[in-house]
Design a protein around this ligand. Sequence first.
Ligand code: 13P
Ligand code: SF4
Length: 357
Amino acid sequence: PASDPHLVERARAAKEALGDQVFVLGHHYQRDEVIQFADVTGDSFKLARDAAGRPDAPYIVFCGVHFMAESADILTTDAQQVILPDLAAGCSMADMALIGQVEDAWDALVDAGIADDVVPITYMNSSADIKAFCGRNGGAVCTSSNADVALEWAFGQRPEGTGKVLFLPDQHLGRNTAVLQMGIALEECVVWNPHRPNGGLTAEELRNAKMILWKGHCSVHGRFSAESVDQLRATVPGVNILVHPECRHEVVTRADLVGSTEFIIRTIEAAEPGSSWAIGTELNLVKRLADAHPDKNISFLDRTVCYCSTMNRIDLPHLVWALESLVAGQVPNVISVDAETQEWARVALQRMLDLPG
Ligand code: 13P
Ligand code: SF4
């Protein structure tokens, strides 16, 4: 539905009144009604970089989810405040790895005598304390645009053939990157279940593994199925299947192309007029791509998969409320990471930002 014109006007007026005081960041999965007010849009990697690009703006309004706002707080100056228009905009995947569980897992790796071989890598979609854990233990952050380079870096931290990676919290991104881009065998990937003693793994399984994948997944991307790919291929001649690497392995292996949100956008922009595409990522983005490219046949990979409900919590009323509060001299919903967590999380984020490419 079209945005309420009264709210659109209020958002425009508040943004104008704030001028350079405010910098609005919008993730590609945000609603149209919100994204129209973003000064920059991007995937989580681009936004992490962009957040640091406006040190003169005292207020960063982050239209995305909690872990992204935390990363922005870590990468901006102490004088800047990061605002999340709705504090309930979390991420179910990030919530699947709690710091206590990760510390217990690490202790178990120490007891098994393999911790010295393991480099922890966390996907950007994780809480700041998990990023800090990786920073403290010689690891790094990665995103869906650089997971392969981050894994290459991690294995390069240990003598040839001895390294292992503990990959948090998305088992699918970890497995897809390891198997499809690094040539690691499927059998060398094991899944650590934080709800089972010793992760549900034997000492031998841990010793033989190259990738220890945390048992986490995205509740949106994890729902695309191999059947939906097969069905589309059978019904839409010449369709190209384009999916995000948070999708399950059997979906990704059936797809024509796999890549981050920015990759998906670039691919559609470069596609031939008249070509057919079925896209497996968040629905707000797929709809926007379809609207922006009426000369291409763009469909959603599986109509039973919904929007990301937490991304969608940031709607126009919340954005208007955040901006008007700032105009009134109040700073609402500040996301603030404590100094020690910031220090170590920044180490892990910086290792990512320093990766080649
Ligand atoms: P990217 O922005 O890294 O593509 O991640 C997708 C996602 O699920 C963000 O929540
Ligand atoms: Fe989290 Fe998935 Fe939503 Fe991204 S799309 S915020 S990973 S639940």
